[in-house]
Design a protein around this ligand. Structure first.
Ligand SMILES: [Fe+2]
Length: 233
């Protein structure tokens, strides 16, 4: 993805979240110049991959296959100094914009429709080897347990949520004609570098072509922050 596209996607997200009255923490708005002034007291942001995450899953077509997320809080799989066992994110899903089918090795998550359009979600259980199971799967939705056939597509209207456990494949998109969807995610600790099993190979962390200055950092930028900062000079 080009940095200019990422900048535009985040700017649009900030406008949408404001319209939806979803308020972000201060670090959401830090520019590169701001990052330069932040010391080790903010290590948690970088260590636990908080902040912006934009990906097109290698499709080259973000509008149709892509996702924008903002991680508000998270723990850490590897560093015991972070004791937080939970994670919270906000996601924006456009009408018809697909998040490819994937499951998680460790993360258990609730996906919550926080408002806007409807979310469509296709579900499968999995076999040990990562293939789709042909058996029914049991999920819970807002206190209701239900068993569904593999490949069932559920509709989550604003306010509804679903609980997914590791091994349950999910693919979702915004229902066309209903508007952009604001999704919440409440989960156990997540790490998108290692915890996703995509049904078909896909690039979770995008390569970025630096065609303009970053307006906001993505979590994938934290390891190269020094390089990005030196590009300012
Ligand atoms: Fe997921």
């Amino acid at each position: 993805m080009k940095r200019s596209e990422v900048n535009q996607i985040i700017e649009r997200a900030i406008v949408f979240l404001r319209e939806m009255r979803f308020l972000l923490p201060p670090f959401a708005y830090w520019t590169l110049e701001d990052w330069r002034t932040k010391g080790p007291e903010y290590d948690e942001i970088k260590d636990n991959m908080l902040g912006w995450d934009v990906t097109d899953f290698g499709s080259g077509d973000f509008r149709n296959v892509g996702l924008l997320l903002f991680t508000l809080r998270n723990g850490n799989f590897n560093d015991p100094k972070y004791i937080k066992p939970y994670c919270e994110r906000i996601l924006i899903v456009e009408e018809g914009q697909v998040l490819p089918s994937h499951t998680h090795y460790r993360k258990m998550e609730d996906i919550i429709n926080r408002g806007g359009g409807n979310l469509m979600m296709e579900l499968y259980g999995s076999n040990e080897d990562g293939t789709y199971s042909d058996k029914p799967l049991t999920i819970t939705m807002d206190g209701r347990r239900l068993t569904i056939e593999p490949g069932t597509v559920l509709r989550l209207t604003p306010g509804e949520s679903i609980t997914l456990v590791p091994g349950q494949y999910h693919k979702f998109w915004g229902e066309p004609g209903t508007g952009t969807v604001l999704l919440g995610e409440v989960s156990t600790v997540g790490d998108d570098r290692v915890d996703n099993r995509f049904y078909q190979a896909t690039g979770r962390i995008p390569e970025i072509i630096e065609d303009e200055k970053p307006k906001y950092l993505l979590f994938r930028d934290y390891p190269i922050l020094d390089r990005l900062l030196s590009s300012l000079d």
